[in-house]
Design a protein around this ligand. Structure first.
Ligand SMILES: Cc1cc2nc3c(=O)[nH]c(=O)nc-3n(C[C@H](O)[C@H](O)[C@H](O)COP(=O)(O)OP(=O)(O)OC[C@H]3O[C@@H](n4cnc5c(N)ncnc54)[C@H](O)[C@@H]3O)c2cc1C
Length: 333
């Protein structure tokens, strides 16, 4: 059994995201966020692991982090089901009274977090990128208006549910190496409204985007589909390069889904990332933030992408890229 919480300590739940019995990388970033909260107010941290069989997963997570976990085994969770997640986490919260529930700002997390907040009547802050103590309160930083403004938001009530942007917090490294404890419960729950039927894998298993040393990415700023030619020409001058894009271009069918960079696309870390006509929305940044060197071309000097770029080109890309290619042709050896 997991020891009861000290009365003067708050409790933090981290909802574990996993696939094929392996924790997703975001889990350890959420633990780092929880640890930062703990440094501001004394707290106990517990992972909540939901699945059909959780033993291997629980062992891996508690061993790597030294933190405790509550594992809930449910036969109906052979496949992820948001209805079960909401129901079970709500029940656990009623029992343990956590002050914070931390969830990944990922497609999976976003699928159940808002519904959970409604069900629990909890305060809810999405897309958290950092936190700080001011006075008696903890403020959570999140972007607004496509990254042009950073808002610092505090909740007036508990519990507070937050979703945390992937790729922001460095994965948690524990001080101690002894594994955390696991309390495993077996529960039966038959979902009333949602039935998961299976997983259909993406048609493309192309890894060129994730392996490319240079990525030239196109955004809404290219304006017309024919201007993609410019992007492909620019990519052509770099060996080992690939063309990516923001979600808008994928939604329009101008690029394929495997080329989408971002929260709901590929997470990439090339040596060079060239963002062409991309505003720098947090969902896009989530996919390219680990790039080595970033060049951004945007005609808006206040575009949020410039907060991430090493070289900022404030210019119309339809003028700049042809001029750059022309100059390159003249100078190439
Ligand atoms: C749940 C969720 C998940 C999402 N997942 C993703 C994701 O995985 N990846 C992703 O990219 N987005 C994702 N999005 C969408 C994201 O919020 C933004 O809408 C999207 O990234 C914006 O794309 P953009 O920067 O190309 O377009 P815009 O925001 O429209 O920006 C276009 C930019 O181009 C500039 N521009 C315009 N014309 C020119 C020109 N001629 N020359 C130079 N610059 C020019 C403008 O100044 C502007 O900054 C997601 C959204 C949600 C809600």
């Amino acid at each position: 059994m997991v020891a009861m919480r000290k009365p003067d300590h708050k409790l933090i739940f981290i909802i574990v995201e996993h696939y094929e019995n392996k924790p997703k990388a975001i889990v350890f970033e959420l633990a780092a966020c929880a640890d930062k909260i703990k440094k501001v107010c004394p707290a106990e941290i517990k992972f909540i692991i939901l699945g059909m069989e959780t033993e291997k997963l629980s062992f891996e997570i508690t061993r790597t982090t030294g933190l405790d976990a509550i594992a809930i085994e449910i036969n109906e969770l052979a496949l992820y089901n948001s209805e079960i997640y909401k129901m079970v986490i709500n029940n656990l919260a009623a029992e343990f009274l956590p002050s914070f529930i931390i969830i990944g700002h990922t497609p999976r997390g976003l699928d159940f977090a808002s519904g959970l907040a409604v069900r629990m009547k909890a305060a809810f802050i999405t897309g958290v990128e950092d936190l700080m103590e001011e006075g008696e309160k903890i403020y959570f930083k999140r972007q607004m208006f496509y990254g042009k403004i950073n808002a610092h938001i505090a909740a007036n009530s508990e519990p507070l549910i937050i979703t945390v942007q992937p790729g922001i917090f460095e994965p948690y490294k524990p001080d101690k190496t002894s594994p955390g404890k696991v309390e495993t419960r077996r529960v039966e729950y038959f979902p009333e409204f949602i039935r998961a039927k299976g997983i259909r894998r993406c048609k493309y298993q192309d890894s060129s985007i994730s392996e490319a040393k240079v990525i030239v990415s196109a955004g809404n700023g290219i304006e017309e589909k024919k201007n993609l030619d410019l992007i492909y020409k620019l990519a052509d001058i770099f060996p080992g390069s690939a063309v990516g894009g923001s979600r808008i271009l994928i939604d329009r069918g101008w690029l394929e889904y495997r080329q989408q960079i971002g929260l709901t696309g590929a997470q990439v870390a090339p040596e060079l990332y060239i963002a062409c006509g991309i505003s720098g929305a947090s969902q896009h940044l989530a996919g390219m933030r680990k790039s080595g060197f970033v060049v951004a071309i945007n005609r808006d000097p206040k575009a949020a992408i410039f907060n991430e770029s090493d070289v900022s080109v404030i210019e119309d890309l339809n003028k700049f890229i042809p001029a750059f290619l022309e100059e390159y042709e003249k100078r190439k050896i």
